[in-house]
Write a protein that binds this ligand. Structure first.
Ligand code: PBG
Length: 344
């Protein structure tokens, strides 16, 4: 886009500070903005009724029972937030090597989707497709002989996707990084008549240290750190998630997922990968999202709690950065707080 630049005349004809002098002048020349409509709110679910549970490593974030998630969704609509994304904390007794709970029509996520679609039809409901909340090994795919097996996992993911679509999900979010899953899911959705279900592919998802608090929130951390896997350390998903050193590969993954039928794509984590967001948006021009993940949230909140940074300003600045980088929207645990602040 550099060719669009007008070279400023020499000083003093150009004094770029002129337009920064007052708040209204700055508002007038502002290039990007943040609105509640840019937000997808990730919500953690737990069993029961009238129950809320703090997530210790994410101050201010709670797991909610379905009835309270419905209330939260209603509040989100009032704040102008267009979508929520559901993540279940599965009862350990329901985890199994075959991960059958993942496609049970009555699992926590699918019951929540039905309740939300019945009670708060104004909000779009997004889901996560990966086996980690259901897998005793804590991994996103089946662990066999020390490896995360691809094709068997994709078969399970397809069943999971169909169950979520059947329950009424608007947007499916495959976050597992297996090969071939977008095509398989899209084909199965078409065949089952779910023609209008969107796929927001976690296309460029990196093997990141910033997911730690999320793994606490869904109860997958201990299992993951105990699982032996070939080619990676315990607790490390590097045999399927991306190498943080790569960015061309992100473009190949996005191209691949779009060709297989994804409607929208995501880069994850967010702030350490803004360069990737920018490249994806410029290369493809498709709806592009970033996930400001649990560890990014925890860093800002941790520093703010100690008085080391101004938490509110850091929140706004971090979210605006995604818009500046070209993202259409952001998955963020800050969604309700920032929407309230923006006057939604
Ligand atoms: C798992 C999944 C993860 C997140 C969303 N889906 C964690 C992982 O890959 O280990 C991370 C979200 C966050 O850290 O906020 N399929």
């Amino acid at each position: 886009m550099a060719e669009r630049f007008h070279t400023p005349p020499p000083f003093p004809a150009a004094r770029l500070r002129r337009a920064r002098r007052t708040a209204p002048l700055r508002a007038l020349v502002r290039e990007t903005g943040l609105s509640p409509e840019d937000l997808i709110w990730p919500l953690f679910l737990l069993e029961g009724e009238g129950r809320r549970e703090a997530v210790e490593s994410m101050p201010g974030v709670e797991r909610l029972s379905i009835d309270l998630a419905v209330e939260a969704a209603r509040a989100a609509v009032g704040l102008g937030i267009p979508a929520i994304c559901l993540f279940p904390k599965t009862d350990p007794a329901k985890k199994s090597d075959a991960c059958e709970e993942a496609w049970s029509p009555d699992n926590l996520t699918n019951r929540a989707i039905r309740a939300l679609k019945a009670e708060v039809p104004e909000i779009a409901v997004m889901t996560d497709i990966a086996l980690d909340p259901y897998n005793p090994a804590g991994h996103d795919g089946y662990l066999k002989g020390g490896e995360i097996v691809n094709d068997e996992t994709v078969e399970a993911l397809v069943k999971m996707a169909l169950a979520q679509a059947e329950a009424g999900a608007d947007i499916l979010g495959p976050s597992d990084m297996m090969d071939g899953r977008i095509g398989a899911i899209r084909g199965a959705l078409e065949e089952a008549g779910h023609r209008d279900v969107l796929i927001l592919s976690y296309a460029a998802k990196y093997a990141s240290a910033f997911y730690g608090p999320f793994r606490d929130a869904v109860g997958a951390r201990a299992a993951l750190e105990g699982a032996e896997i070939k080619g990676a350390a315990k607790g490390d998903k590097s045999t399927y998630q991306m190498d943080p050193a790569n960015s061309d590969e992100a473009l190949r993954l996005v191209a691949r997922d779009l060709a297989e039928g994804a409607d929208m794509v995501m880069v994850k984590p967010g702030m350490p990968y803004l360069d990737v967001c920018r490249r994806v948006k410029e290369a493809f021009g498709v709806p592009t999202f970033a996930y400001q993940v649990s560890g990014e949230y925890a860093m800002i909140e941790g520093a703010a709690a100690r008085g080391w940074i101004d938490g509110e300003r850091a929140m706004l600045e971090s979210l605006l950065a995604f818009k500046r980088a070209g993202c259409n929207g952001i998955l963020t645990y800050y969604a309700p707080r920032v929407a309230r602040l923006l006057g939604g």
